[in-house]
Design a protein around this ligand. Structure first.
Ligand code: BG6
Length: 494
């Protein structure tokens, strides 16, 4: 493979293959997929299962039992799956014959008799996956309990995977947690999914920080000036107005995905790479977030949002938000974290920029210290997944002249492959009983505690929100949020 100019070549990587903690092929199990006819199943879950089948990680005895209200036969369900896989460009790799279908209403107690009968012949390891409307999450959990399906069968296990959104504010999240508990699901049986945690580049934040000695000594308020997390999407609300207009960007992206990114950047080293250690340290971060001041958030709406089909004509739902957070802890004292996310923006990109302080004194007079660009570590979550480190370098020739250059690592160039689908990793972990990459009840509630006031603020708004043009980088107010601190957004690059 050709080495990139400022890159890392694969031949110079020292492979740790022999020491790799191989993703264990799970024991045969049955996955009961509620919401089997839905969009998420077609676009993400089924292609991910097919990917695992192609990699021979999915055990031969695995069964998928699709559940939804639409009456159809197993044959027509399989044809539907085949079409979804074709659309996603994934081979079926033997998955089809492992799939079965059961029509029924997740709210109807009668359905669970049929489910119990079906499961009786399918072994004692059960993964219930709730990919339905959120209002059905507590109902299905309760019905499973009533049908004695929340308790693991002798010698087996029962796990419940719950899609986002987990609640729409603190009190509904607390209520859902207590319904799960009351339905006999112990915390170690509950897998609250956040697909950002399944992204390779998100997991790599922990490798970058804790498998290297170079970065950690500077990863604190002595050296870091501030951190920026940007999630920009080019798409608008599309066909999801019914959900989105009730949720808005803060519920849709901040309370879950962006908080997960923040916690991985800011957490202390855990004692090991296991579920409790990692999730305890993440919880510390959420607890340390200071309450947001009224001037610390900006919300806005893309100009054509109210004309989207299904969106209320006087909607005040934000499609864009930018926030300034601070953590009340030793490591990050006084370091602002700026987070932003929006739909209909100029580019599709998710990136974290750790921006370092200026050198204390410049020896390169007449250049002053703040004439020298600060170092920036950019973690590119998507697309072009990778990491870059910006530093100052001298121009060739007799003049004393400097420019900022990048050391650049790209997943694709280095490993010769695009990272796999996030859901494949998470499904595998759920089958293997590893909760490291799933959100714990206390963490979910803590995140809502941060965002409840923000959500309430815009829900009470009567005036139209500031607007931004589709295809821009968001409203001017978001620029002002950083300008107030003498800073600017790192993207688009200057
Ligand atoms: C989902 C949100 O959780 O994440 C969507 O509901 C958003 O609104 C999506 O578009 C973004 O995911 P990704 O993986 O495309 O960045």
């Amino acid at each position: 493979m050709k080495a990139p100019r400022h890159g890392i070549s694969a031949s110079r990587l020292i492979s740790k293959d022999a020491l790799c903690r191989m993703e264990r092929a799970p024991d045969p199990c049955v996955m009961v997929l509620f919401g089997a006819s839905g969009d998420l199943a077609a676009r993400k879950l089924l292609p991910s299962l097919a990917q695992l089948a192609a990699e021979k990680i999915l055990p031969k005895g695995f069964r998928l039992l699709g559940v939804s209200r639409t009456p159809k036969t197993t044959e027509s369900y399989r044809r539907e799956i085949a079409a979804a896989l074709k659309e996603a460009g994934v081979k079926e790799s033997g998955l089809l014959k492992q799939c079965d279908y059961l029509a029924g209403d997740g709210g109807d107690p009668g359905f669970y008799r049929a489910l119990n009968q079906k499961l009786a012949g399918l072994g004692g390891r059960r993964l219930f996956y709730l990919s339905t409307a959120p209002s059905l999450f507590p109902v299905i959990a309760q019905r499973l309990h009533e049908a004695k399906l929340s308790r693991p069968p002798a010698g087996g296990w029962t796990r419940l995977v719950i899609e986002k959104p987990f609640g729409r504010d603190l009190s509904s999240a607390e209520k859902l947690n207590s319904v799960l508990q009351g339905s006999g699901f112990r915390e170690d049986q509950v897998y609250r999914i956040d697909h950002y945690l399944g992204k390779e580049t998100v997991q790599n934040i922990l490798m970058l920080r804790f498998a290297n000695v170079l970065f950690e000594p500077a990863w604190n308020s002595h050296y870091v000036d501030h951190v920026q997390i940007t999630n920009a999407e080019t798409l608008g609300v599309e066909h999801r107005a019914a959900y989105y207009d009730q949720s808005g960007v803060v519920r849709d992206m901040f309370q879950n995905h962006l908080m997960q990114l923040l916690s991985l950047i800011a957490m202390e080293p855990p004692s090991g790479f296991g579920a409790d250690g990692v999730r305890d340290r993440k919880l510390d971060v959420f607890r340390a977030i200071k309450p947001l001041g009224t001037k610390d958030s900006v919300v806005a709406q893309y100009a054509s949002y109210r004309r989207e089909p299904g969106v209320s004509r006087d909607s005040v739902t934000p499609t864009y938000a930018a926030l300034r957070l601070e953590l009340d802890d030793w490591r990050w004292h006084g370091v602002p974290f700026y987070l932003r996310s929006g739909k209909c923006l100029a580019e599709r990109v998710t990136e974290i920029a750790v921006v370092f302080r200026h050198v204390p004194v410049s020896i390169f007079k007449p250049l002053l210290a703040d004439h020298l660009s600060p170092n920036v570590i950019r973690l590119r979550i998507q697309p072009d997944e990778g990491v870059s480190v910006r530093f100052e370098a001298k121009h060739p020739g007799p003049k004393l002249c400097m420019s900022s250059v990048n050391l650049d690592f790209s997943y694709e160039r280095t490993f010769g492959a695009k990272p796999p689908e996030a859901y494949a990793r998470l499904l595998l972990d759920a089958m293997n009983g590893d909760q490291t990459l799933f959100a714990r009840s206390d963490a979910v509630e803590q995140c809502w505690r941060v965002f409840d006031p923000v959500v309430r603020q815009w829900e009470r708004a009567t005036k139209p929100l500031p607007s931004y043009s589709a295809g821009s980088w968001g409203p001017d107010e978001a620029e002002a949020l950083l300008a107030r601190d003498g800073r600017r957004w790192d993207l688009p690059y200057a």
